[in-house]
Design a protein around this ligand. Sequence first.
Ligand SMILES: Cc1cc2nc3c(=O)[nH]c(=O)nc-3n(C[C@H](O)[C@H](O)[C@H](O)COP(=O)(O)O)c2cc1C
Length: 224
Amino acid sequence: MEEREANHVDVESIGEDLRLFEALRTTRAIRRLRSDPVPRELIRKVCEAGCFAPSGGNRQPWRFIAVTEPERRAFVAERYRQAFARYIAPALLASRAPNFPDQKRRNIRAAQYLAEHLHEVPVHLFVAGWKRRGDPQYAALFPAIQNILLACRAVGLGASLTTVHRTFGRELDAWLGLPESIPTCALIPIGWPLGRYGRPPRKPVDESLYWEQYTNRDGTSSDE
Ligand SMILES: Cc1cc2nc3c(=O)[nH]c(=O)nc-3n(C[C@H](O)[C@H](O)[C@H](O)COP(=O)(O)O)c2cc1C
């Protein structure tokens, strides 16, 4: 998308027509993104979608911090890259096996691409929450995060859910101005997509759906 075009969107109407089930089935990790800026009003719109998420006692614990300045994004990206390199190392090793599934290999490549290009992604949206008795309540934020991912899909923005920045959690949180009681949970890199949205690879629902009781159908343990 041309920069001029990308920044002349009708924020009110954009994304309002997409049907819910189509959005659900075609929201996937979009990690190849353009560096063109994204209008602040559009980021506000997807965060507003996040605010409609459920939360315990309707506490609405989410805080959204959008980092957009290039030198600040570089700071985040440097730490993300380091954390990601450590996280992905075992998978990279495993992916050398000839029988390693192509789909997984593609996923790793896309994740690597994001790590290498994160500084170019125009919006680093952090989602922060709260602690109960000293423990971060990350689960309280995932409905809001998923709403944001769906809203990005609806308005045509590319986005993905990432968490490896937590390796540098306290350092990044303090740098964002967050007190210890409001830790970040996720970093959602957002920008105009280079590619297209599409149906992600998912196993059929009947492999995961049980009635009344779970039965071990394939003889495997769920431990990895
Ligand atoms: C809790 C959680 C944390 C994740 N953290 C990262 C991450 O730090 N970096 C990353 O590249 N992908 C991360 N992912 C995976 C992707 O966001 C994505 O969901 C997955 O690769 C599936 O992609 P697809 O929807 O395109 O099939 C995370 C997913 C979840 C659910």
